[in-house]
Design a protein around this ligand. Structure first.
Ligand code: GLN
Length: 538
């Protein structure tokens, strides 16, 4: 039997709802249950693919090619299992499905309404594509009280009755602000937030209360009284120094015991040893090194969430702390070599991550040139690989105007739009005029590695599968020229057609990848390319 846990958030956003949901999932998995995590984002975009990563954080890509919210990244990293495209939806997608059905005549004769048509569509999503899961955890994006959330809350309320209320649990995440002058934790915003939920017919069964100081017993009782939640199910959640310690902390607070008690089921096993070993590794890192990230959004934001995590995991694996220096790519444009060298003072390695559009690309090319000329270990991801190819064409092959057709400037197109390609034996097509959303090469593709390369050594296996999210590719018309000039194509599609990885001979680590390795890294299994990079800079 499948039980459903719904996670909502109140008071303010950014409380780490995704992380809390993932932690609950990780705990249940440690008890031997089969867990599935899902995200329902109420906004009207069909998916986050066209949203600014500055606003919404990175776009996470699943193995089967869905562009999703970054919370799916937390789910994968905490549960150590792949999410699927069926695990993420949005208001836009739900309404779109309903409207398509309306035009098709599926509701013929009926007036199409929020209830039951939109709520049914949401409920169908919640129960779709399930087999024998013990638990499905559904996180509802946004904050209770948002207009967009209304119909989602109504749908989960109905759903909890459809499956019998005792098989569903509502967890609500709130904030207890600490008022310094009064030296008091304030419970009122939590009370209001729960009241708001109650208005929608949802009685939370557990409250996870974020705060900076520990909740006193009297405050716990007060919240229990006003919010109608058992005192033991009011869980204090203080800020933590490392999110990967959350499962152990939640366990200490009794979250798992309370969950199992609520559903009246027994644990199958209780094995937290992975998390204990991880915590030990976290506390035993010594020494540090610095990696430069040359980016368009020069700040430590969620725009590069998975990348930061992958670097962190590789640091743990190597027992070293990796500091990141964020460099705004535009600061490296139209400046002298000395200025560039000054930016790289004390830097042991460079990553140019993925990106879209021309802004900052010349600065990134200057950074890559510096890395190539100074044998600074380099990892180029997606756009970072394309720019490494352009840099090589310009400065090693002397094709002065080498460029990508993405940048809409006259150039020798060593990177260009691929209009046709092969996916699992089927032809996929796109053109320059295709819609922006959903026309990328997305999801995992196999890649065959060349013997004797850094790539082959790092992965330790001849074939890999990595996730893509891009429109442009290395122009295969120039491949022979590149290889003659010394660029090694270290990874290709199995048919041998498409270059997926490039590297330079005689370098400790100078690797470009057309895919996003950061999406498959997790704290238990750091990604081999990042591990190899960090090994070379520690
Ligand atoms: N803008 C490039 C492309 O579309 C690279 C995309 C990326 O880095 N994810 O191919």
């Amino acid at each position: 039997m499948t039980r459903f846990i719904f996670v909502t958030g109140g008071v303010v956003s950014s409380l780490g709802k995704g992380m809390s949901a993932a932690t609950v999932g990780a705990l249940l998995r440690a008890h031997g249950f089969k867990v599935r995590m899902r995200k329902l984002d109420p906004y009207l975009n069909i998916d986050p693919g066209t949203m600014s990563p500055l606003q919404h954080g990175e776009v996470y890509v699943t193995e089967d090619g869905a562009e999703t919210d970054l919370d799916l990244g937390h789910y994968e990293r905490f549960l150590h299992q792949f999410a699927r495209s069926a695990d993420s939806t949005s208001g836009g997608k739900i309404y779109n499905n309903v409207l398509v059905k309306e035009r098709r005549g599926d509701y013929l004769g009926a007036t199409v309404q929020m209830i039951p048509n939109v709520t049914d569509e949401i409920k169908d999503f919640i129960r779709s594509d399930l087999t024998d899961e013990d638990f499905v955890i559904c996180e509802v994006g946004g904050t209770v009280g948002d207009i967009e959330s209304l119909v989602f809350l109504e749908a989960i309320r109905q759903f909890s009755n459809d499956i019998k209320r005792k098989n569903a649990m509502f967890i609500h995440l709130t904030l207890l602000p600490y008022i310094e002058t009064a030296k008091e934790l304030k419970t009122k915003p939590t009370q209001h937030s729960v009241r708001n939920l109650l208005e929608k017919g949802i009685q939370p069964d557990m409250l996870i209360c974020r705060s900076t100081v520990r909740l006193a017993e009297s405050e716990r009782k007060k919240i229990a009284l006003f919010c109608n939640v058992e005192a033991e199910n009011i869980i204090p959640a203080l800020d933590v120094d490392n999110v990967y310690k959350l499962p152990l902390i939640y366990r200490e607070e009794g979250v798992d015991t309370r969950l199992l008690e609520y559903f009246g089921i027994e644990s199958k096993t209780a094995d937290m040893s992975d998390w204990e070993r991880l915590a030990e590794r976290i506390d035993n890192v010594s020494g540090e090194t610095t990696l430069a990230l040359v980016v368009k959004y020069a700040m430590d934001s969620d725009a590069y969430k998975s990348l930061k995590e992958a670097i962190y995991h590789a640091g743990l694996m190597n027992g070293v702390k990796v500091k990141i220096k964020w460099i705004d790519a535009e600061m490296l444009e139209n400046v002298s070599d000395d200025v560039i060298a000054a930016h790289f003072k004390g830097i042991k390695g460079l990553i140019v991550p993925g990106g879209f559009g021309v802004r900052g690309t010349e600065g990134k090319i200057n950074a890559i040139r510096y890395a190539r000329e100074h044998k600074l270990p380099y990892l180029g991801i997606c756009l970072g690989m394309q720019l490494a190819v352009i840099e090589f064409a310009r400065h090693v092959m002397n094709i002065d105007d080498a460029g990508s057709t993405e940048f809409e400037r006259p150039c020798t197109p060593v990177i260009s739009l691929m209009t046709e390609w092969n996916r699992d034996g089927e032809k996929a097509v796109r053109s320059k005029n295709s819609n922006m959303g959903g026309t990328l090469r997305l999801g995992a593709y196999p890649c065959v590695l060349k013997e004797g390369t850094v790539a082959r050594r790092a992965y330790g296996q001849p074939e890999i599968r990595e996730r893509h999210r891009h429109r442009y590719e290395m122009n295969i018309g120039y491949l022979q020229q590149f290889e003659k000039a010394g660029l090694i194509i270290s990874g290709r599609s199995p048919d041998g057609e498409l270059p997926e990885m490039v590297e330079l001979a005689g370098y400790p680590f100078f690797v470009g990848v057309q895919f996003h390795p950061e999406l498959k890294s997790n704290p238990f299994d750091a990604h081999p390319l990042f591990v190899e990079l960090v090994k070379n800079i520690k």
